[in-house]
Design a binder for this molecule. Structure first.
Ligand code: ADE
Length: 266
């Protein structure tokens, strides 16, 4: 079982948001355990102070190093600390590949800052690695911790049920997922692709693999990696050239030019 500790001034944010859907199931099935620690419980003054004004002035408050240090020492004493992360916009970018890597850890501790951040000396003292979930600033690390927990939970063996796997998710092989369709066959005049109704399982799988490449080229060309073989590209180009404009439209490929795809045929 993977153990994740979250050090946060708002434990309810973590406890509540982890109850739902597949993540909630992971917790109930004990694939994953999430516990919270509030730095406020590691203060020694009557006001339970966890922050103070920044030296040299400036906006906002800074979280005190001492309560965070005590929280870390508490976990360390119980041999529960594991890989220590501080959520920060200055951190290394989070992505699905890192989610998979973190899913292999036995113990992880995520530290959430609030206000204007934490005293730099706590970061230095703890040696925490900094992780950012994107180039924007949140009010605290909690949403980032939740993003990390949910995305890594998808890689835990058994988390998604037997025939599902995070290895089929978008990004996994450097490509996006194919569009999905269900009832009705015709929605507002848009008809789901014909091939999906033919019952040729192998043919459908092949077609989906090509559509994934085409969708990636159309929406996120930056993701197209060398992991995609020339043979796969040629196949995808062949399928694209045979598509009707209605099929291209329903797959979101209307703006993909034949010229662009023809480069794959070469
Ligand atoms: N805390 C504030 N902003 C953040 C971000 N973008 N990523 C992770 N933690 C944060």
């Amino acid at each position: 079982m993977t153990q994740i500790n979250v050090i946060t001034l708002f434990p309810e944010m973590i406890e509540n948001a982890t109850q739902y859907g597949l993540l909630g199931q992971c917790l109930r099935n004990q694939l994953l355990s999430v516990t919270t620690l509030n730095p406020r419980t590691f203060t020694s003054d009557v006001h339970k102070t966890v922050d103070d004004r920044p030296f040299g002035g400036g906006d906002g408050m800074v979280m005190l190093a001492e309560p965070l240090k005590k929280a870390v020492l508490d976990l360390r004493a119980k041999d529960q600390l594991g890989r220590l992360v501080y959520l920060s916009p200055q951190g290394r970018a989070w992505n699905n590949q890192r989610a998979e890597e973190f899913s292999k850890e036995r113990k992880i501790t995520l530290v959430c800052g609030r206000y204007g951040g934490v005293d730099q000396r706590w970061i230095n003292w703890s040696g925490a690695e900094e992780v950012s979930i994107g180039d924007y600033v949140l009010n605290g690390g909690e949403l980032g911790a939740l993003v990390m927990i949910e995305s890594l939970s998808r890689f835990l063996p058994g988390a998604l049920g037997h025939d599902q796997s995070a290895h089929h998710d978008s990004f996994h092989l450097g490509v996006l997922e194919e569009p999905q369709f269900t009832r009705p066959r015709d929605f507002e005049g848009e008809v789901a692709p014909e091939i999906l109704f033919g019952g040729h399982h192998a043919k459908i799988q092949d077609w989906k693999a090509s559509v994934r490449l085409l969708v990636t080229l159309a929406k996120r060309p930056d993701l197209m990696t060398s992991q995609v073989t020339p043979e796969q590209k040629r196949k995808a180009a062949g399928i694209f050239l045979l598509m009707t404009s209605a099929e291209k439209a329903v797959l979101g490929l209307s703006h993909l030019s034949e010229e662009e795809v023809l480069k794959w045929k070469a």
